[in-house]
Design a binder for this molecule. Sequence first.
Ligand SMILES: NC(=O)C1=CN([C@@H]2O[C@H](COP(=O)(O)OP(=O)(O)OC[C@H]3O[C@@H](n4cnc5c(N)ncnc54)[C@H](O)[C@@H]3O)[C@@H](O)[C@H]2O)C=CC1
Ligand SMILES: O=C(O)[C@H]1O[C@H](OP(=O)(O)OP(=O)(O)OC[C@H]2O[C@@H](n3ccc(=O)[nH]c3=O)[C@H](O)[C@@H]2O)[C@H](O)[C@@H](O)[C@@H]1O
Length: 433
Amino acid sequence: MIGTGYVGLTTALMLCELNHQVVCIDTDTAKLKQLKSNRIPFHEPGLEELLNRHLSRGSLSFTSDTGQGVRESDILFITVGTPSKSDGSTDLSQIKNVAETIGSNQNGYKVVVNKSTAPVGTCEKVHRWILERQPRKLPVDVVCNPEFLREGKALYDALHPDRVVIGAENGKAARFIRNLYDAISCPKMMTGLRTAELIKYSANAFLAMKISFINEIGRLCDAHGVDVTDVATGIGLDSRIGSRFLKAGIGWGGSCFPKDLASLVHMFEQADLSPRILEAVRQVNDTQVEYYLRQLEERLGDVRGKTISILGIAFKPDTDDIREAPAIKVIQALHKKGAFLKAYDPVVFIHRAPTGLPVTLCSEMSETFEDSDCIFLLTEWKNFLHFDWKSHRHRMRTPLIIDGRNALDQNALTQYGYIYYGIGRVYSKLASL
Ligand SMILES: NC(=O)C1=CN([C@@H]2O[C@H](COP(=O)(O)OP(=O)(O)OC[C@H]3O[C@@H](n4cnc5c(N)ncnc54)[C@H](O)[C@@H]3O)[C@@H](O)[C@H]2O)C=CC1
Ligand SMILES: O=C(O)[C@H]1O[C@H](OP(=O)(O)OP(=O)(O)OC[C@H]2O[C@@H](n3ccc(=O)[nH]c3=O)[C@H](O)[C@@H]2O)[C@H](O)[C@@H](O)[C@@H]1O
């Protein structure tokens, strides 16, 4: 497993659970040091227990020596990063580097499986990069096995996927990889390399589209006094639509949706096509923070000099990942407008203290209430939802709550005397009867 981030480490542990022997390779020696001493370098539920189990059983090992890892393995998974370049295209330098190292260290037949999300045609490039570096002509097959796990639920998703997609040009290599997943019961789709690559991007874009769709409907709900959660329930009951990914809120962030949509748009442009739906999906998301800030200012007036408390920094619960987190955008925008900011997140500051964020960090959630003019919830951590909101209201200067995730109990909060705003939320008299 070359690359031991969220995807590489989770996949390695999943394969260990299926009784395979795995060597994890990474160039980040500080990360390897932590892993070797039983510590997960990021917050991801369930991984630490499996790390301990497989390190002590000897089914898992770690090294920074990629050459040695390549020579000792039959199957090589590429799970390195594929960040965006400034024009939206994908930076393939980490994949290229790995492919070249595989080529120069190849000592026999290998199956190279690309799991990193990369544009259509990347696996063909990987094949070429390997061949160019081989010391002598050796057989190698490249397979595309995109990953669909979610952060925060990575282990569950890896062990219980909705499907496994295996793209290959060679049936023998494809079956070899399918056999790895024998013990996992789900549909296994065998397809071509390019198809597998595009399935991954299309899946992420479709999910982002569902969210942007309900967020746009949420704005109309605000205008008409309609409850967006009821609209989502009502449409989601149609099995052709489905109820998931219809939670309206501050918008999608994270390490993948933004970069993958940018990459897909770039692929369209390269093909001389206009990605009209994708552009709209991104536009709704890009203007969602602005929309919320307008709602905030309508209720609080000018935010200059006011104290606003941010609850949650991670881009979603159960992770410490803050890549493209909506909270960061909100903090920066409010700071620019002259607000004082406090923030609390139960895990983010433990593993990855963000540098240069203009916020005063709180060590407990209750501190965010003190002399605050607004609490802005941006990550729906469970402990925020089960907090004793009733007894803390009096500590706020203005009891305004902006719920960026439509996660709090609006009726209860209103009864406790808070002013509540969630996109497309309507105070339900029925619920309070
Ligand atoms: N994070 C997620 O939830 C998902 C990510 N993906 C895709 O999987 C890929 C990896 O993503 P993450 O695991 O989040 O990335 P990450 O940034 O957490 O981990 C990547 C790892 O690769 C290592 N690395 C970089 N160059 C290397 C090299 N030459 N040799 C060995 N190791 C090297 C880095 O040190 C790092 O530990 C990306 O393409 C991403 O789009 C796909 C599905 C889910
Ligand atoms: O390619 C990837 O990296 C992964 O991207 C997403 O997973 P992830 O980014 O971990 O998180 P999601 O649960 O998809 O949430 C993404 C963003 O959408 C937001 N979201 C999600 C669902 C929803 O109904 N509403 C909503 O605003 C979340 O708060 C978060 O900011 C996909 O769900 C995974 O299938 C995919 O493998």
